[in-house]
Design a protein around this ligand. Structure first.
Ligand SMILES: C[S@@+](CC[C@H](N)C(=O)[O-])C[C@H]1O[C@@H](n2cnc3c(N)ncnc32)[C@H](O)[C@@H]1O
Length: 244
């Protein structure tokens, strides 16, 4: 995507309205890929990679961690953290979309879900050990909003905490409502963080078309670096900027 598609507005409420209407349109026209073998395969890769990265790079036991998922959608990622030992009372999600928050609350009644704009996170400073943000910044075209969401994430993160990142590194030519999150854009949003990211998952439009060939073709195609469409990993406050 070119920079000309990036929106600069004075009032984040304009961007909130744009995001709400982009998702309303998407939900009206989107065909579910739930049973698609390529989709299942890429989700498996995403979660297996996340598990490996956390085991390798995050030293704290998940059973003692407090987790916030920003742009949590239907809450599935928090369900995953719960299966890996995070206590229900330590799982929080926030999302702009009321219908997604409603489904999240019905699916995971023991977790806490807030409907609202992540520019105004209603939590004290230094509240969370992990803040996950999965395909959220690619949905925000307004640079001022993206920076203010990033500052809020930084504010609620403990000094030893990490941001858990997953987002697309390539633009989507079929969807002008999203923006590629390249490493340089991630650095602009989180200038005082160290990026520990790797490329992951096969380009979804290809994965979705593999059908019965998925088991054999997916690993082959996904082993080609340029075919991997997303970055996954951790953003860690760099030592110089974190107290102690
Ligand atoms: C592509 S969806 C991803 C949902 C979920 N993280 C996942 O991976 O399935 C992006 C989500 O970010 C939410 N979002 C975008 N901007 C937001 C903001 N400023 N505050 C809160 N949520 C936001 C949208 O409402 C949407 O549910």
């Amino acid at each position: 995507m070119t920079e000309s598609k990036v929106i600069h507005t004075d009032h984040s409420s304009n961007e909130v309205r744009r995001i709400l209407s982009a998702y309303a349109e998407r939900e009206r026209t989107h065909k579910s890929k739930q049973g698609n073998p390529g989709r299942q395969r890429l989700l498996r890769e995403q979660y297996d990679t996340l598990e490996r990265i956390l085991a390798w790079r995050f030293q704290h036991p998940l059973s003692q961690c407090k987790v916030l998922d920003v742009g949590c959608g239907h809450g599935g990622l928090l369900g995953w953290f719960h299966e890996r030992g995070v206590k229900p009372e330590n799982l929080y999600g926030v999302d702009l979309l009321p219908n997604r928050i409603k489904i999240a609350r019905e699916t995971f009644p023991a977790f806490t879900f807030l409907e609202g704009n992540a520019e105004q996170l209603a939590f004290p400073d230094d509240s969370f050990d992990l803040v996950s943000v999965f395909t959220v910044f690619s949905s925000i075209l307004d640079v001022a909003m993206a920076k203010s969401v990033a500052r809020n994430i930084e504010r609620v993160l403990t000094s030893r905490g990490v941001v858990v990142w997953f987002d697309m590194r390539y633009p989507n030519p079929w969807n002008p409502a999203i923006r590629a999150m390249t490493k340089s854009r991630i650095r602009e949003l989180f200038p005082s963080f160290e990026l520990q990211l790797e490329s992951s998952i096969l380009l979804p439009p290809i994965a979705y078309r593999l059908g019965r060939l998925t088991d054999r073709a997916y690993p082959l195609l996904a082993s080609i670096p340029i075919m991997r469409s997303h970055y996954i990993g951790l953003l860690r406050p760099s030592r110089e900027s974190s107290p102690g």
